[in-house]
Write a protein that binds this ligand. Structure first.
Ligand code: GDP
Ligand code: MG
Length: 174
């Protein structure tokens, strides 16, 4: 069976690698080289069916290059991650999303909006309502707050994304 290609996008330091490693390996890495761009494999079961995932944890160094264009082209679903402690990281997602839609040349791409570091209550600058507002503006893109540290909502964001891809494929076949 074909791999499901997921791409994790977002500004540096928002927790893309921590979320990915927590999902794939079930561990929290407190320090992860921010320049490492790597892909991970994981097999998951949803509704008694098995799916092979290939997850690309991007590092943002190739921001507007041909390489980025390539992996967006081949990506089937995108996690757009910001940190609830960093307003600029949410602002940056707006341009990233537009880039994805332009490269995929469609207005319907499986996507999840993720506000990470929800455990950092004292440092929070972006409210849940702010996240919901962006998700509504994007046509009700599913939105979750996560904590890679506490492993909260980590499985949920990836599974939501895979479910969207499955749905998308069924609609394209029909
Ligand atoms: P990336 O550049 O987006 O891949 O960010 P990383 O995954 O490397 O995370 C950057 C740093 O943010 C990590 O070293 C952690 O210290 C911290 N971090 C990531 N996720 C969380 C989280 O959910 N909660 C808290 N408190 N810190 C986090
Ligand atoms: Mg990283």
């Amino acid at each position: 069976m074909r791999d499901y290609k997921l791409v994790v996008l977002g500004a540096g330091g928002v927790g893309k690698s921590c979320l990915t490693v927590q999902f794939v390996q079930g561990i929290y890495l407190d320090s992860y080289d921010p320049t490492i761009e790597d892909s991970y494999r994981k097999t998951i079961e949803i509704d008694n069916k098995v799916f092979d995932l290939e997850i690309l944890d991007t590092a943002g160094i190739a921001q507007f290059t041909a390489m980025r264009e390539l992996y967006i082209k081949s990506g089937m679903g995108f996690l757009l991650v910001y940190s609830v402690t960093d307003q600029q990281s949410l602002d940056e997602l707006i341009a990233l999303r537009e880039q994805v839609l332009r490269i995929k040349d469609t207005d319907r791409v499986p996507m999840v909006l993720v506000g990470n570091k929800a455990d950092l209550t004292d440092d929070r600058v972006i409210s849940v309502e702010d996240g919901i507002a962006v998700s509504s503006k994007w046509g009700k893109v599913p939105f979750y707050e996560t904590s890679a540290l506490l492993r909260s909502n980590v499985d949920e964001v990836f599974i939501d994304l895979v479910r969207q891809i499955i749905r998308n494929e069924m609609e394209n076949v029909a």
